[in-house]
Design a protein around this ligand. Sequence first.
Ligand SMILES: CSC[C@H]1O[C@H](OP(=O)(O)O)[C@H](O)[C@@H]1O
Ligand code: ADE
Length: 300
Amino acid sequence: MSFTNVKIAVIGGSGLYSLDNLTVLGEVNPETPWGFPSDPIVVAETATGDRVAFLARHGRGHHLNPSEVPVRANIAALKSIGVEAIIAFSAVGSLREEIAPRHFVLPTQIVDRTKGVRPFTFFEGGLVGHVPFADPFDAELADLIAKHAAIACPDLPLHREKTLVCMEGPAFSTRAESHLYRSWGCDIINMSVLPESKLAREAEIAYQMVCMSTDYDCWKNHDEAVTVEAVLGHVGANSANAKKMLLAIIPALATALSKNELKSVIALKGSNKWSVMTSKERRNPEAVRKIEYILPGYYA
Ligand SMILES: CSC[C@H]1O[C@H](OP(=O)(O)O)[C@H](O)[C@@H]1O
Ligand SMILES: Nc1ncnc2[nH]cnc12
C-alpha cells in the first residue's frame, strides 16, 4: 500500500501505541536512506474523513529504548508520505509542584542533556548545514492544539510556556541532576524530544510535542523516586485523553493546513534551501543523494 499527501502525523510515545478510536486505512513501511522507521506507519482517518499518519516511537510492544529509536528514519519516512505537521506525544516527569501527574504541557523550549550517542542530523558526511532552532516548537500548531484540547477535554489542566529538558537515559536522573535541572529553570523532563524535534526542523516539518506528566522525577520527596511502575500508573489515563483530544485537533488542523492558515507551516517550506555551507564542488554525492529523499532538488 502507498500513501501520499498525508499532511498530519502523530508520534506516540510510552503508553500511546495506536489510535484505536480512528478507522485504519492501511500501513506503510518505507525504507529510507537512514533505514526503516521504528514501526510501520499506520494511516487512519477520523469520522470527518481527515487522514493522519501514526507512528509508535518505541515500536509496538515498546522494544526500542530512547537512544535506539531510529529517529532519522522516522522523520524521513513521515516526510516521504507528505507530512507537514507532527504532533508528538511524550510521557514526562514533572520538575514543578504545579505540574501534577496526568497534567498536560505544551513546552516552548528545550535544554539538551543527551550525550551525542544518537545520530542527530541529516546534514553530515560531506554536506554541512545549519538550521535555525531558537524556537524548537511551532507556536501556531501549539495554539491550535491548546484550543481544541480545551474543547475536547475541558477539565484537563494544560500548561504552556514551559521548558523541557531531554536526558539520555535509559536510567532515570539522580537527585542531584533533578535539582540541577530545576535550578536551570527546566519544568519537565523526558528522553525523546531530541533529536526528534531537530530532525523535523531540518526536514521542514512543523513540530509540537504534547507532554503528559506521569511523575515528579526524584526532586520532590526524599524517599520517593520515579519508577516504571509509577509511570505506568498514569499512562492509561493520559493516552485516553490524548486520543480524545486528537478527535478534535485532527479535523481542525486538516482544515487549517488545507486553507494555508498556518503561516509557520508555509514559512518552513523552502526555509532550508540556503542552510548548507558546503560549496557545490565539495558536496559528497552520497550525502546529497540521501538528503534528496527529504529535501528534493535543494542541494543537487
Ligand atoms: C517509561 S518512562 C521513560 C520514557 O518515557 C518517555 O517516553 P516517550 O517520550 O516516548 O513517551 C521518556 O521520554 C522515556 O523514553
Ligand atoms: N522522570 C522522568 N525522567 C525522564 N523521562 C521521563 N518520562 C516520564 N518520566 C520521566
